[in-house]
Unconditional design. Structure first.
Length: 464
């Protein structure tokens, strides 16, 4: 079939309208072919076949005998759709009904009906079901062509998401919660650093490597450590005047005095931090045993060989001055108005875990207060981690460098111990502070990128 107006050629003969120009090729209401707009490719072949069929029929009728004239059956009237049926909505045919038009079309082109009907009658006999199927095909093709356009529209027309502004009250509340969360994060970082660095083994190793003269000359209660021990033991009386304060300091420097202090310091740290063992102190017997173990060194320095009675006199002097009680954990805590045993509870993993959980809960509250707005939440989280990490770093530097500077200026024994014994803690605090600071800067960078993207989306929305 060919359209006369635009020249389009179609294999389907039942098209009602030309797809190229829209010209009517077949009347939808009557089913008649519009010859003015279309040309059938096989029209001449059908006419020739009809003439040949008529000639063969005439020859057969002439050769037959006249005894019994053949009675031809009357042709069936064509299936012309009635006007009242066309207006009714067509029903969807079942699959077996679709094959009926081909069978009917074959009977139409029989030799008997070719004599009575013109060539266009087979086109008229197109059933209503085939007409309805053709319409459904055209609708489906139209929907398929239109559907992708509707699917692409949201990606093109979709406006940029507008971030709702947060009220001043919410920002103020989030700031207060963020401040508290930052404090807790700083505290838990420092406590964890102390837990890792302030152990008995670390303190023992550090104390054992300390300079002997730094410990001996460290100031304690207005006097050096050696002078305090000299008067506590009443060593001048026990040595019968052979040992003065200078000689006693030389005597201590020649002994393993730092090892003795390191052992006692480890016992103190294990009890205070981990709760291991009994309450430690430096007893009279331990001090006297230390002197006995270094008997030869004393004879060399003092020029006098101390006897058992001399050592018993030292023991009595220590008991009268209550040296053992002064060096006990309970007495030290009483003087500083703080129970040292509580340090173990504070530095326990349970306490550190609770404080960490509180900090996380506060961060979750910040997210709730800000309605989960990513840019605002990341801004507060970035400030929390950044400032916490910075404070922990400063604390680590202050403990190590500040204590050393204080010892240089004042010569205080406490400052000297702080600058040396807390060195592992300072290193752990520096590492933790650096991690927090790096995390805060990364979060701030992400927040800045989100803010830039929002500006780009807003600018794109204004341009569109």
């Amino acid at each position: 079939m060919k359209c006369k107006l635009c020249g389009a050629v179609y294999e389907e003969d039942n098209l009602y309208f030309c797809i190229g120009c829209g010209a009517m090729l077949k009347n939808p209401s009557t089913g008649e072919i519009v010859r003015e707009n279309r040309v059938d490719d096989f029209e001449e072949e059908n006419i020739a076949a009809e003439n040949i069929t008529q000639e063969e029929t005439a020859v057969q009728e002439h050769n037959t005998t006249d005894e019994a004239p053949e009675i031809l059956p009357e042709p069936e009237p064509p299936l012309i759709p009635e006007p009242e049926l066309i207006s009714e909505p067509p029903l969807i045919p079942e699959p077996e009904l679709i094959s009926e038009p081909t069978e009917k079309k074959e009977t139409v082109f029989s030799s008997e009906q070719a004599e009575e009907k013109p060539l266009r009658e087979p086109v008229k006999e197109t059933p209503k079901e085939e007409l309805f199927i053709e319409r459904e095909r055209e609708k489906t093709a139209a929907n398929d062509n239109v559907q992708p356009v509707h699917q692409e529209q949201p990606s093109v027309v979709q406006p940029p998401e507008k971030s709702a502004k947060i009220g001043f009250g919410r920002l103020l509340g989030a700031s207060a919660v963020a401040l508290l969360s930052g404090i807790l994060l700083t505290v838990v970082s420092l406590l964890f650093s102390l837990k890792l660095g302030f152990t008995g083994t670390n303190l023992h190793n550090i104390a054992e490597g300390l300079d002997k003269w730094s410990i001996i000359n460290a100031r304690l209660n207005g006097m050096s450590l050696s002078d305090n021990l000299y008067y506590e033991t009443d060593f001048d009386k026990a040595s019968h005047g052979f040992a003065d304060k200078t000689e006693f300091a030389l005597y201590l420097a020649g002994t393993d005095f730092t090892g003795f202090c390191a052992d006692k310091l480890e016992a103190y740290a294990d009890y205070i931090i981990d709760g291991v063992g009994d309450e430690p102190t430096v007893t009279e017997n331990e001090i006297v045993d230390f002197f006995k173990n270094n008997h030869d060194r004393g004879t060399e320095i003092f020029g006098y060989e101390m006897q058992t009675a001399d050592y018993n006199a030292i023991r009595s002097s220590l008991a009268e001055n209550e040296t053992s009680e002064k060096l006990s954990v309970g007495k030290i805590g009483w003087e500083i108005k703080f129970r040292l045993e509580n340090i173990g509870y504070i530095l326990s993993y349970v306490a550190i875990g609770i404080i960490t959980a509180l900090a996380i809960v506060l961060m979750i509250w910040i997210n709730i207060i800000l309605n989960g707005k990513g840019r605002y939440v990341l801004g507060y989280f970035g400030n929390i981690f950044t400032w916490s990490g910075l404070i922990v770093l400063l604390a680590a530097v202050g403990v190590s460098a500040g204590a050393a500077l204080g010892y240089t200026i004042t010569g205080s024994f406490i400052c000297y111990l702080s600058s040396t014994l807390l060195l592992p803690t300072a290193l752990y605090a520096a590492c933790i502070g650096a991690i927090l600071l790096a995390a805060g800067l990364i979060i701030k960078k992400v927040k800045s990128s989100i803010k830039v993207k929002e500006k780009i989306y807003k600018a794109a929305g204004k341009v569109n």
